[in-house]
Design a protein. Sequence first.
Length: 373
Amino acid sequence: MAVSEERLKSFEEHFKKGQKESSAHNYEGAKNHYISALESNPQAVEALVAKAHVEIKLENYEQGKKDADFAIAIIRQSQGEGLANALQKGGLACFHLGKFSDAKKYFHEAYKYDSSPKSGLNQWVIWCEEKMAKLGLKDQEDKEGKKAEREVVKLEQPKVEKINNAAMPEPKIKHDWYQTETAVVVEVRIKNLKKEDVNIDFQPQSLSVSANLTAGSEYSLEVDLSHEIVPDKSTYKVLSTKLEIKMLKRDGLRWTVLEGEDPLAPPISRPVESKDPSSSSKPPSYPGTTKKDWNKIEREIADELENEKPEGEAALNDMFAKIYKDGDDNLRRAMNKSFQESGGTVLSTNWDEIKKNKTDVKPPDGMEYKKWD
C-alpha cells in the first residue's frame, strides 16, 4: 500500500519518538507513539513489532500476540525481513500467557532464521519444554500431521466457531516463581480473587495456599520449599490478575529450585550460641598468665574500629547509607523502589522518574541477568 509523503513523515516522527520512550522504559508513552505511527502506516512491520514489545512489557500479552501475528502475516506475504524478531515477540506473549506449547512453536521457527547465541531463542525453547514437562503437556499437531509452525497466518479476521461451554474442561491454574537477593516470589494466575477468600499459611520450610474461586470450586497449593524462609516477614497481595506471595529468605541463598531438595545448595554455617549466659560477660582467665584488663582492651579495639575509615565497597556502602539517612522521604522511596525492582542493579534518588514505571534490571557491562527457574 502506497503511503503519501505527509503520512510517511508523520509515521517516521512518531516511530522515532516511540523508540526514544521505549529506550527510557516509558512504555505507555512509547505505545501511544507507535499507535499514532500505525495510523499513518497500518502495515509497517517495524512499528507492529515494536508495539508488540511494549505491550508485552506492559503485561498486555493478548494484544502483544495480536500485533506480532499481524507482523508475521505481512512478512510472510511480502517475503520481507524481520520474521525472526516478530516470531520471538509472539513466543514471548504466549509464554507469559502460559501457552508454552504455542510459545515453543514460535521460538523454534524463529531459531531457523536466527540461530545466533545472542538471540537466546534456543534457551527459550528449552524453557518452554521444561514448563511443558512440569505441567505434563505435549507438543500439539493438527489432525493431518502438519506442523502448526508452517501454517501461514491470514490477514483477514478468522471465523469464530461456536463452542459448547458445557464440554469445555475447567482451565488449569498455573503458578510460577522468581527470586531476588532477599526474597522468593510465587505468582498464582487467578483473576478477580477477593482477599477474604484467600488463606495462606507460611511455615519455615513449607507454603500452603487455599482460595475460593468464583465458579464455586476451591484452589489448593502445597509446596515443600527447598530452603527455609522467615514466616513472620512473609506477605502476600491479592491483585486483579494474580495472587502474589512474597517469602523472605532465611539465609539469603540463591535457590535453584522452588520445592524439594536443592541439588546445588551450598553448606549453611550459622553461629552457635553459648549455653552459658555468663560466659560473654566474664573475661578469659588462663593459669600462669599475668592479669590483664580485658575491659580496657575491648574499649581500645572498639575505638580503633570506630576510627578506621572504610575503603572500597565498604566506603561506597557507607556513602549510600549516609545519603539515605540524610535524604527526604521521596529520596528514600526512590532508592528502595529502584533497588528492589532491579534486583540490586539500580539505585536511584530521583523519585519523579522512578515512580512512573517499574525499574528494569541493568546488570554491569559484560554480565548477563538470568531469572532462576
